[in-house]
Design a protein around this ligand. Structure first.
Ligand code: COA
Length: 189
């Protein structure tokens, strides 16, 4: 039987692989483009983080549509320094971006949720972000100050947010509180 074959293109969510490095730069460069800079700092942040031990390959999430990288959500390692005791691991989002020609159709939500799900699967407990609450609230992010978390960006108020991920076992204690320490590449942002 002959006839039309329906081609359904779906959004594919997966960790980045080496071939994605250029396309990811393009997504970041166009999504964060500003008239006053040739290359937005978010591009350099990702490139710099890739070479550090803050990089967690499973949590560099790419959204691919029709074979094209159209979105990116990156979670990397940060540490929380409590008032007393040892530093605890946590994750920071950044950057999150969708190519301008594919924005506002759900890709950003999908790629962020995929990164959060992957973090939960790895047993992570806490994610921080500096971003617009209008976007991040839908995932359950709350003001990080409510969770007892500070950082160099805490003074910005609302954009400084955090999300507690579900515990993987019932024995797990509460998520860490304290000062969030970002690795060196963040100091250029
Ligand atoms: C922010 C961004 C990643 C969202 O991706 P997206 O694919 O456009 O998002 P979605 O289509 O999943 O939209 C989800 C919701 O967020 C809202 N939204 C989208 N961009 C937003 C923004 N910059 N600020 C606030 N809300 C935003 C949408 O209106 C939508 O709301 P609705 O569900 O009530 O209609 C994308 O717009 C982008 O790359 N922006 C430029 C880079 C940037 O600012 N990144 C930092 C993220 S804070």
């Amino acid at each position: 039987m002959t006839g039309n074959v329906a081609r359904v293109t779906t959004l594919r969510l997966r960790p980045e692989d080496p071939a994605d490095v250029g396309p990811v730069r393009l997504v970041l460069g166009t999504a964060f483009a500003r008239p006053d800079v040739a290359t937005p700092p978010e591009v350099g942040l990702v490139d710099a983080l890739r070479g550090t031990d803050a990089w967690l390959p499973e949590l560099a999430m790419v959204a691919e549509y029709g074979g094209e990288v159209v979105g990116y959500a990156l979670l990397t390692r940060v540490r929380v320094r409590p008032e007393r005791g040892v530093d605890m691991p946590a994750l920071a989002f950044g950057p999150v971006a969708v190519a301008p020609h594919r924005q506002r159709i759900g890709h950003g939500t999908a790629v962020v949720q995929a990164a959060l799900d992957a973090g939960t699967e790895l047993g992570e407990r806490l994610v921080v972000v500096l971003g617009d609450p209008a976007f991040y609230r839908r995932f359950g992010f709350v003001p990080a100050s409510e969770l007892g978390l500070t950082s160099p960006w805490a003074g910005l108020g609302e954009p400084w947010q955090a999300l507690v991920l579900p515990p993987s076992t019932s024995e797990e204690g509460p998520p860490p509180r304290g000062e969030v320490l970002f690795p060196q590449p963040w100091s250029h942002v």
